[in-house]
Design a protein around this ligand. Structure first.
Ligand code: FAD
Length: 450
């Protein structure tokens, strides 16, 4: 007689998902639709990962700024599926440039032509580079050259130094030197798609109530379908047992860790964390996961009584403590913020940067001091609340020949999978790419098997 006890009843495979970011949530939705009995384990007290929300002043709003593009078909579809189709709002936004101590608009072709830091020939080469990149379909060859080599060849050294380099440093820090050209290609493709008619008009969208609204609906839908969402549950280890079951050990807030068994486990946490959770991986698999280099972020949210500019994004080419100014209230109706303005000050940096270890008060002083210098009318007395998010692993650096070193989704441990942003080889990290990754993985691995 066969005495083997399966972790599942015979009809519903028991599947554990590690992480409740958009990858984990999308996979939970799809798997439950094909009859899996899904449990999500999330180390934080709330769902959403990088897209999660927090309290700022009296508001509950996104910890990091998020917009949706008209071309974000995967994001739009999943938000529609959780019932928020009519909650999108689309707005024409403007882009600013802070350069040589001045704030300039660069929101349309005329402003681009009048943009003072570059002569006419440099502007032409810059425009031609953007146009060329927006039309280029085969990005594979771009993995072989650094972004600096590629942009200097197309735009010229002066334009690279004056425009591209500060923008690259803003997003990548010094790591721009090791980044391949596929990164800027993906960025241009995405920004070009945001403009609904050539380079003329920029349309961005958001969901009323922000991601607080989206995540609340998403968790309601999942719970209605029977998904068990465990918060404050950090997965420590997953092992395959001799009887074929997948044993998962998660620690709760009190430090208690009880093993549970599943049929399958999908890890959506950052690659290096997955390597620690899975001791049975081969050395080669572990190395691939551990070798992924992430960039981190220190991102301040400033809730303040007055707007500082009309630009949703202000790119900065001067040296400042933060690498851009995102005025969300130039996109989102101020009624959402009780009439206040909400501004984000991001700084992307290496995970071991000393800024991570500075106190909140030090960072506040450093950031607000600089904001006062940039915007004469900004007064810190108007600030209702200043809050800092620190994340050491935000997105993987696209280095030369990146796609050759991407970790596989299927591991050597049967029924255990690792799916994470390191497998997006030509992207900029956004929810659209994240949901797309989840959908494709689901299609290839589960949907075909049904
Ligand atoms: C500053 C900033 C701005 C952004 N702006 C935009 C934007 O405008 N538009 C857009 O579309 N996208 C934007 N994004 C990107 C978007 O947030 C991400 O693409 C998306 O949230 C990634 O989802 P994920 O599930 O892959 O990863 P994550 O959200 O990182 O989820 C991973 C989850 O795993 C959990 N976890 C880790 N270890 C464990 C463990 N041991 N046990 C249990 N759980 C664990 C984490 O807590 C986390 O919740 C932005 C991101 C940032 C940081």
């Amino acid at each position: 007689m066969n005495t083997k006890v399966s972790a599942s009843d015979q009809t519903r495979p028991k599947t554990a998902i590690v992480g409740s970011g958009f990858l984990g949530l999308t996979l939970a939705l799809r798997l439950t639709e094909i009859g899996h009995d899904v449990t999500i384990f999330e180390t934080s007290p709330e769902i959403g990962g990088l897209a999660s929300v927090w309290q700022i002043g009296d508001l509950t709003w996104d910890r990091h700024y998020h917009v949706v593009l008209l071309s974000d078909s995967y994001t739009r579809k999943i938000i529609e599926e959780v019932g928020l189709k009519d909650e999108f709002k689309w707005v024409e936004t403007k882009t600013g440039f802070y350069t040589d101590g001045k704030l300039l608009s660069m929101s349309n072709t005329l402003e681009f032509l009048l943009f003072p830091p570059l002569d006419l020939i440099s502007k032409f080469r810059l425009g031609a580079t953007i146009f060329y990149a927006s039309r280029l379909k085969n990005w594979r060859a771009l993995e072989k050259v650094t972004v600096e080599q590629w942009l200097t060849k197309l735009s010229g050294r002066r334009t690279f130094e004056k425009i591209w380099k500060p923008l690259l440093k803003a997003k990548l820090g010094e790591a721009y030197k090791e980044t391949c050209a596929a990164f800027i290609w993906a960025t241009i493709q995405r920004m070009y798609a945001a403009r609904n008619s050539g380079l003329k008009k920029e349309m961005f969208g958001y969901v009323r109530g922000g991601y607080a609204n989206v995540l609340k609906r998403f968790s309601e839908v999942l719970e209605e379908k029977g998904v068990d969402i465990r918060l404050n549950a950090r997965v420590e280890q997953i092992e395959k047992r001799k009887n074929g079951e997948v044993q998962l050990v998660a620690q709760d807030l009190s430090g208690q860790a009880a093993p549970e068994t599943f049929d399958k486990a999908i890890l959506t946490c950052p690659a290096n964390i997955a390597a620690k959770i899975l001791p049975q991986l081969t050395e080669t698999e572990k190395q691939k996961l551990e070798n992924i280099r992430y960039l981190g972020i220190v991102c301040a949210s400033v809730l303040t009584k007055k707007s500082i500019s009309e630009y949703y994004v202000t790119n900065i080419t001067d040296e400042t403590p933060f690498t851009g100014v995102i005025e969300l209230s130039a996109l989102v109706d101020k009624e959402e913020f009780d009439g206040n303005a909400l501004i984000y000050l991001p700084r992307y940096l290496s995970p071991d940067d000393e800024l991570f270890d500075r106190t909140d008060d030090e960072i506040e002083e450093y950031f607000l001091g600089s904001l006062e210098k940039m915007y004469a009318h900004f007064d810190r007395k108007d600030v209702v609340e200043f809050k800092i998010s620190r994340v050491r692993q935000v997105f993987p650096l696209l280095t030369i020949d990146y796609s050759k070193s991407v970790p596989a989704k299927e591991t050597s441990i049967e029924n255990v999978f690792t799916v994470n942003s390191s497998q997006i080889t030509n992207g900029t990290l956004n929810i659209n790419e994240t949901v797309q990754l989840a959908e494709k993985f689901f299609e290839e691995t589960f949907a075909k098997a049904v």
